[in-house]
Design a protein. Structure first.
Length: 349
C-alpha cells in the first residue's frame, strides 16, 4: 500500500473542483503520492491524471485494485455514503478521507461510521480549518489567558451557506471548548435568494445560535455578501481574539486576509500574534488534514477529524436548519432521521 520510500499511495474518487484541490494536496505532501483516480465522467479522470500523475481508472474496483493506502472521496454529501459503502464492499481496508459534510442526515452518517469501524477502515472528514496556523495560535492565546475566560464564539461564512461553512466553524468551536456538549440550537434563514451547494438549493443568508453545557454561547452567520468582519471571534471576559477578515476588495469580491488580532486590556508586551502566520484559508491546511489521517493510521489511533467529530458538527447545522424552518429551538440530541433532503422538500411545499 506504499512505495519503498514510505509514501502512502492515495486513490481519488471525484475529479471535479474539490478533487483537483485534493490532487494538488497529494502532490505537495511528502508522505503521499497519487496512484489512481476515478470519476463518473471518464474524461475528467484522464485530465486529472495527466496533470497530477497516477492512473485514470473506470471503476471503484479498479481503483481498489491499485492498492492505495488512503482513498479521498471528493464528491458531495448525497453521494459519499454510498461510495464509501461500495469501497468497503470491494474489500478496501485503509483510510478514507471524505469531504464535509459526511452525509445528509445523522442516521446515514452514523451507519456509515459504524460500518467503517467494523470493517477496520479509518474514516476522517476534511475539517481542515482546525489545523490552520491562525486557528491553532488563537486557541493557544485563549488558553494563555490573553482575553480572560471564554464566554462567546462567533463564526462568519462569506458567500456561502450553513451547510458549507457551518461544519468547519462548529467543529472549531467544539475544539475550542474541549468538546463541551451543545444543549440547544436556534436559527433563522432567508431562502428568497437561494444559493446552490452540494446539489441543493440552500439559503442566501442564515444565522444560528447555540449554547454549550458549560454556558459558552456560539453564533454562526452565513451570507451571500461579505460583511467586512473577521471569519471567527473568540470573546473573553477581558477582550477578543479575531481570526481572518472578509474585507471588500473594491471590485465586487473580498479579501482573504491574514489578520489575527488580540484586543484586550491584558494584551501583554505588544507582540504581533499574526507574525509569520499563514492565511486562515491557506491550502496547507489540506496537507495537514491528509497528513493527520496518514499519521493516525500509522499510530493506530483515531484521527483528530474523525467521523464522530464531523457528525457532532453536522448535528448542529442540521438543528439550525430545522429551527429556521419553523421548528423552533432544537434541543440536542437531534432526531437522527432529520435530513437535508427533507429540508428541501419541506421548503418547496
Amino acid at each position: 500500500m506504499s512505495d519503498a520510500m514510505g509514501a502512502a499511495g492515495v486513490g481519488l474518487v471525484g475529479c471535479g473542483t474539490a478533487g483537483g484541490a485534493h490532487a494538488i494536496t497529494v502532490g505537495r505532501h511528502p508522505d503521499a503520492r497519487l496512484v489512481a483516480c476515478v470519476d463518473a465522467d471518464p474524461s475528467r479522470a484522464k485530465e486529472l491524471a495527466a496533470e497530477h500523475g497516477g492512473r485514470a481508472v473506470a471503476t471503484l474496483g479498479e481503483l481498489v485494485a491499485c492498492d492505495p493506502r488512503v482513498i479521498v472521496v471528493a464528491t458531495g454529501p448525497a453521494e459519499q455514503p454510498a461510495l464509501v459503502h461500495d469501497l468497503i464492499d470491494l474489500g478496501f481496508r485503509g483510510g478514507i478521507l471524505c469531504e464535509k459534510p459526511l452525509s445528509l442526515s445523522l442516521a446515514e452518517g452514523r451507519e456509515l461510521a459504524a460500518r467503517a469501524a467494523d470493517a477496520g477502515v479509518t474514516l476522517a472528514v476534511n475539517h481542515q480549518r482546525r489545523f490552520g496556523e491562525p486557528f491553532v495560535r488563537a486557541l493557544a492565546l485563549l488558553r494563555e489567558g490573553r482575553v480572560g475566560d471564554l464566554v462567546r464564539m462567533e463564526g462568519f461564512g462569506p458567500k456561502g451557506t450553513l451547510l458549507d461553512w457551518g461544519p468547519h466553524w462548529v467543529d472549531y468551536a467544539r475544539l475550542v471548548v474541549g468538546d463541551d456538549p451543545i444543549t440547544w440550537v436556534d436559527g433563522l434563514a432567508d431562502f428568497q435568494e437561494p444559493q446552490a451547494h452540494a446539489g441543493l438549493s440552500l439559503e442566501g443568508h442564515a444565522m444560528i445560535t447555540w449554547r454549550h453545557e458549560g454556558g459558552v454561547r456560539g453564533v454562526l452567520e452565513t451570507s451571500g455578501q461579505p460583511l467586512g468582519q473577521p471569519l471567527f471571534r473568540l470573546w473573553g471576559t477581558g477582550g477578543v481574539i479575531e481570526i481572518g477578515c472578509t474585507e471588500p476588495d473594491g471590485e465586487g469580491g473580498w479579501r482573504r486576509g491574514t489578520r489575527l488580532r488580540v484586543l484586550a486590556a491584558s494584551a501583554g508586551n505588544g507582540d504581533d500574534p499574526a507574525a509569520g502566520l499563514e492565511s486562515p484559508l491557506a491550502p496547507t491546511q489540506w496537507e495537514r488534514s491528509l497528513g493527520e489521517l496518514i499519521t493516525a493510521m500509522r499510530e493506530e489511533r483515531a484521527p483528530l477529524h474523525d467521523a464522530e467529530r464531523a457528525l457532532a458538527a453536522l448535528e448542529v447545522c442540521l438543528a439550525g436548519y430545522r429551527a429556521a424552518l419553523g421548528g423552533g429551538r432544537q434541543r440536542l440530541p437531534l432526531d437522527p432521521a432529520y435530513s437535508l433532503r427533507g429540508l428541501t422538500a419541506a421548503r418547496e411545499r
